[in-house]
Design a protein around this ligand. Structure first.
Ligand SMILES: [Zn+2]
Length: 351
């Protein structure tokens, strides 16, 4: 049995919003549709259940019995018992997970299969921490170093606002605030803090979140603004679930440019082209192919050895699935989208 302290800890490590979304609830502006839509006018078209993220509870304005904490939310949604709901949530809370002994005692009697299902659940605690981290960052201030860095790559405010680029400008404040919310161990386990217990990304302050079409963050890349820093990018340890700028893959007929890296994709967006980025020439997951349905796919990876090899592999993957791809084919040897645009505009200026 989990003690009441352990229960408290479990709840404090989970975001009720993240859990609600994991359960498939459409959360918008802190609200979702009631489980008992039939009790509501118009099937609860205007959602009646509100979430209090800070306090970790939810409540329906109409139904007295629809309220509770993150555990009741799982229970109601999946129709499970209290221990099953805990088990479902446990895989994600690092401190509780460490105490697997307690969990095994607590869930003794549940079948092996259920246990397997529970351990296969994705890790919400990482998302909760990602949420907390991004909330502490600021939008890119105009005239900041980051703004100049972006402008130099032909990426301007309208685009960086749209894709929620963020700046880790007050490193010490963000680090302090995170430590108020989570233990060092939790932050380390999530990959935000290094093994010395220090917030990473101090030298990589430009934070590029991977958001989906509903602007939910799943992971991010952190980019150095200083040329002397290597590597120039750091990843948050969460798996990359889709190409960068997934919103462009809307299933509607149209052209999509597939390029290497988020920055190249953003440059193309600035020029009005629909583009997505892959994290590296050799990082394209076969399960992403279907996301490109109805699109005319133009591959514009870097024109270097890895880029060309990547294009070959990616176009073969598309071909196997019956998708045709085209090569952009105008980048000079060694160029990428970004350098190409920069050269082009200096030439124009020279004219
Ligand atoms: Zn209701």
């Amino acid at each position: 049995m989990l003690s009441s302290d352990e229960l408290k800890r479990l709840k404090s490590e989970l975001s009720i919003t993240v859990v609600a979304r994991r359960l498939g609830l459409q959360v918008a502006r802190g609200r979702f549709r009631c489980f008992f839509s039939e009790r509501h006018a118009h099937g609860d078209r205007t959602p009646s259940v509100s979430i209090n993220e800070e306090k970790g509870y939810f409540k329906c304005f109409v139904c007295e019995d629809v309220k509770g904490d993150v555990i009741s939310l799982v229970q109601m949604n999946l129709g499970t018992t209290f221990p099953e709901a805990i088990k479902w949530l446990c895989g994600d809370a690092p401190s509780i997970k460490r105490d697997m002994q307690g969990i095994r005692r607590f869930t003794a009697g549940y079948s092996k299969k259920k246990e397997q299902e529970a351990t296969e659940q994705p890790k919400f605690f990482k998302e909760k921490i990602l949420f907390d981290f991004l909330k502490l960052l600021s939008p890119i201030p105009l005239n900041s170093r980051a703004a100049w860095w972006l402008a130099n790559r032909r990426i301007y405010k309208a685009v960086w606002d749209k894709v929620l680029l963020r700046l880790l400008d007050d490193y010490h404040r963000v680090s302090r605030e995170l430590l108020k919310l989570h233990s060092v161990e939790t932050l380390q386990e999530a990959g935000l803090f290094n093994s010395q217990g220090i917030l990473r990304y101090g030298k990589h302050p430009l934070i590029i979140p991977y958001i989906d079409e509903q602007r939910r963050p799943f992971t991010f890349q952190a980019r150095a603004l200083d040329k002397s820093i290597a590597p120039k990018e750091l990843n948050f340890g969460a798996p990359i679930p889709f190409p960068y700028n997934k919103a462009a893959l809307d299933g509607e007929p149209g052209i999509i440019y597939l390029c290497e890296g988020a920055i190249d994709a953003l440059t193309l967006l600035t020029y009005g082209f629909n583009a997505v980025g892959i994290p590296g020439a050799n990082i394209f997951k076969p399960e992403w192919v279907e996301m490109f349905k109805n699109k005319k796919i133009i591959l514009c990876l870097d024109n270097d050895e890895p880029g060309r090899a990547g294009e070959k592999r990616i176009s073969a993957l598309f071909q196997q699935a019956g998708f045709e791809t085209y090569s952009f084919g105008v980048l000079p040897e060694g160029a990428d989208i970004n350098s190409w645009y920069r050269d082009k505009s200096t030439q124009n200026h020279a004219k």
